[in-house]
Ligand binder design. Structure first.
Ligand code: ZN
Length: 352
């Protein structure tokens, strides 16, 4: 059903909060805060054979028409596909492309064996510098030896958020090691996008860190937190953390949730509760989780609309169109831009 929806038409109005401050409020700028890229060269990152050979990854590669080669060719192919996909989504002004840090042992050493997906901060910063619609989402594992220096470096390179996937990167957001990073995040007003709930694309190394409640120490230190996926299950039988997400969204002013991958049949059950609750609805932030496929939720949109949306081959665009039809309002579309640390240099003119 198409709800009363007005698409924001006034974009890029930039109001500096203070002179000399890098942070600006980009009114009516529409951002997808959750987009992935993969890397396959020694300088930029890698995928483990387990992920590369997985059925889900092969399906994604096939559906997106990506090369079956490895190395630089595969990396370039993904980056080109991503750039074309974002450029083809005129409803979006920008998308946050996420770096993805490795797993580290308790001494802070890079754990190659247990790292299944790795994308360096420098690679994503380079992509963002090259493509005006790409923003740099940094990733720093709190267990790496130089975590604070790396976070500072990312801030100076223009990071708009910090991304974590604790169940895969093997740490808890409640660990002591995270506390100094929270101080830095709060100081720079850099939001934390942290995965909550479960995951299918990447192996789970730590089953005990999926609960959004573990993010409380970040909130207590003044960090803006976006709970990726709103605590959803990735398949039946897993613990559902949507109730915890909703409770925290109502209790903490700075706690938000993104809608990344909610257009998967296994996660779309969350719409029922998060859209019904007005307070929680005001905490939702737009994210697609590309290259995860966006499948319009049949039970909410009906067969005719779902089939029409499936005709849209650009998955980032399809995700926007499906969420428009789900009735997300103008505040939802503009919310990410009010939370991200957007440098003034990323503002563009209305016809830019
Ligand atoms: Zn994701």
């Amino acid at each position: 059903m198409l709800h009363d929806f007005s698409w924001p038409d006034q974009r890029f109005r930039t109001i500096s909060l203070c002179s000399g401050c890098m942070i600006a409020y980009h009114a009516a700028m529409i951002v997808d805060c959750h987009v992935h890229v993969s890397a396959d060269t020694p300088e930029h990152g890698f995928l483990s054979p387990r992920v590369r050979d997985s059925l889900l990854f092969r399906f994604m590669r096939w559906r997106l028409g990506l090369t079956w080669e490895d190395g630089a060719a595969a990396e370039g192919d993904v980056a080109a596909k991503l750039a074309a996909t974002i450029a083809g989504t005129e409803q979006l002004d920008a998308a946050v492309i996420l770096a993805f840090d490795a797993v580290y042992d308790s001494d802070g050493r890079f754990d190659r064996e247990r790292t299944h997906f790795y994308v360096t901060n420098d690679y994503v910063a380079e992509l963002a510098a090259k493509h005006p619609k790409m923003l740099f989402g940094a990733s720093v594992n709190p267990y790496r030896q130089n975590s604070l220096a790396e976070l500072d470096r990312c801030v100076s390179r223009g990071a708009v958020l910090l991304k974590w996937l604790p169940i895969t990167q093997n740490f808890s957001p409640a660990d002591q090691e995270c506390l100094p990073l929270y101080e830095v995040l709060a100081h720079h007003n850099l939001p934390l996008l942290s995965h909550t709930g479960w995951e299918q694309m990447l192996p789970t190394l730590n089953k005990h860190v999926a609960d959004p409640a573990l993010l409380a120490p970040a909130l207590e230190r003044g960090v803006t937190v976006i709970a990726a996926h709103c605590g959803t299950r990735s398949k039946l039988g897993e613990t559902d953390f949507v109730p915890q997400f909703m409770r925290m969204a109502q209790e903490h002013e700075r706690f938000y949730g993104d809608t990344a991958a909610l257009n998967l049949p296994t996660r779309s059950y969350a719409y029922e509760s998060i859209l019904k609750n007005e307070e929680v609805r005001r905490k939702l932030v737009h994210g697609s989780d590309w290259p995860v496929i966006s499948l319009p939720p049949l039970s909410r949109l009906g067969l005719r609309a779902s089939l029409r949306l499936l005709g849209e081959k650009n998955w980032i665009r399809r995700d926007v169109l499906a969420k428009r039809e789900l009735g997300f309002d103008a505040d939802y579309w503009n919310r990410a831009a009010t939370l991200l640390r957007l440098p003034q240099s990323s503002s563009r003119s209305p016809d830019g």
